[in-house]
Design a binder for this molecule. Structure first.
Ligand code: FEO
Length: 409
């Protein structure tokens, strides 16, 4: 199948990949589709492309509908290779096309594909682009599921092009959801949400807020079924799956400090936790009954352990206290390390080692890279000399850790 008309002047020009597709350390048993769209307006526009390995086939199919030299805009919602992979092939033929993306998206595309000499249009939240007979509107959707991502809405045609959102990994040739039984795809739609989007739940809530007033006739995502029948139902499913009911989860924050900076971090972590609905209690080990504290740790839903660094090591009673936890039953309980520092800041490494040995599920850099695609991981949290920008980081770290506690069943 080389193309399919999905609306007046709008064509699906994607690729159905019916292999078992390796993806994010999973195997997509039912394959997937890479949905690219051509809007044949006065200023022809392509929205996203297909996977890197199908560039030639993609260009051959596109040429059946339009001379690529006539394309004026290429919108790239997301830079992962299953969306932007065929951009070099397309850009080489669509020589005058301007590439439309977020600021971060544009920077990444230039570096990834050596497109420094191409003209880019950088868009931000709510910006519009008149493509002649249609006006596109863009919404930034960071971390859904990587930092540079955006979504596109055609205001005349009322089609939402939400990139990875509202997708399913199924290699369907039918493409429209009204041509399939709901049982064919609904479970996959929810599994997709849980695997790809749920780690970024707060950002899903932001996205839902941004699209809540749009009149959406059809959702044309990047993978799987185009949701022509009842698109509102699928938005509601995302709403239900991303909504967290109030909980009684509680985190303990335990620390030792040299100058009081680690105390300030503990307080801001607590505020971050509170912002996502998680209560906390703070303990300075110097003034605490350890036996009572250990009993509380057994009952709590997460633990944050902090220390300043002095001479490359933890301070106060932190090490002794962590040793005393080694015979407890903390398997799978989320935990993370934090601390202030002036020169080196090794304390967080040693805290993590003890937490792992005691059986805690340590939320750390490795998780952050995998879950959010961030360049600067926030946990373990290490702040130099603790100024206001550092404390803002502590607030964010509290929120991130709180999210982990909330989803830790
Ligand atoms: Fe469809 Fe983020 O890849």
């Amino acid at each position: 199948m080389s193309f399919l008309k999905i609306s007046e002047n709008v064509f699906w020009i994607g690729k159905v990949d019916d292999r078992k597709v390796p993806f994010h350390r999973l195997i997509l048993e039912r394959g997937t589709t890479y949905n690219s769209y051509l809007l044949l307006t006065d200023k022809p526009t392509v929205i996203d492309t297909v996977d890197l390995m199908y560039g030639k086939e993609y260009m051959d199919n596109l040429a059946k509908l339009i001379d690529p030299q006539e394309i004026e805009y290429i919108v790239i919602n997301h830079v992962e290779p299953d969306h932007a992979g065929a951009l070099p092939a397309l850009a080489a033929k669509a020589k005058k096309a301007k590439i439309v993306s977020t600021a971060l998206g544009a920077a990444l595309l230039k570096d990834m594909f050596k497109l420094h000499n191409r003209e880019f249009i950088v868009v931000s939240d709510g910006d519009t682009l008149d493509i002649g007979g249609e006006v596109l509107q863009f919404f930034e959707t960071p971390y859904l599921h990587t930092e540079e991502t955006m979504i596109t809405y055609s205001t005349e045609d009322r089609v939402l092009y939400p990139c990875d959102l509202f997708s399913t990994h199924i290699a369907t040739y039918e493409l429209f959801n009204d041509l399939a039984e709901e049982t064919e795809y609904l479970e996959d739609f929810k599994v997709y949400y849980n695997l790809i989007m749920s780690p970024h739940r707060p950002y899903v809530r932001d996205m839902l807020d941004k699209i809540k007033d749009l009149d959406i006739k059809m959702i044309a995502p990047s993978h799987g079924y185009i949701l022509r029948k009842d698109p509102g139902k699928f938005i509601k499913i995302y709403d239900e799956m991303s909504y967290l009911k109030p909980t009684d989860k509680k985190v303990l924050i335990v620390y030792s400090t040299m100058t009081g900076n680690t105390t300030k971090i503990a307080q801001r972590l607590s505020e971050g936790l509170k912002a996502v609905g998680v209560e906390s209690e703070i303990f300075n080990l110097k003034n605490t009954d350890w036996e009572e504290l250990k009993a509380k740790i057994s009952d709590c839903d997460g633990l944050l352990v902090g220390s300043s660094t002095k001479y490359g090591d933890m301070v106060g009673a932190v090490e002794e206290f962590l040793k005393s936890l080694q015979d407890g039953d903390f398997k799978g309980k989320p935990a993370a390390a934090f601390g202030s520092y002036g020169w080196s800041g090794e304390a967080i490494m040693y805290i993590e080692d003890y937490l792992k040995e005691a059986g805690f599920k340590v939320i750390n850099q490795r998780y952050m890279i995998a879950g959010q695609g961030v360049d600067t991981p926030i946990l373990p949290l290490r702040i130099k000399f603790v100024k206001e920008d550092g404390l803002e980081k502590a607030d964010t770290a509290g929120r991130v850790f709180g999210e982990q506690v909330l989803v830790n069943a």
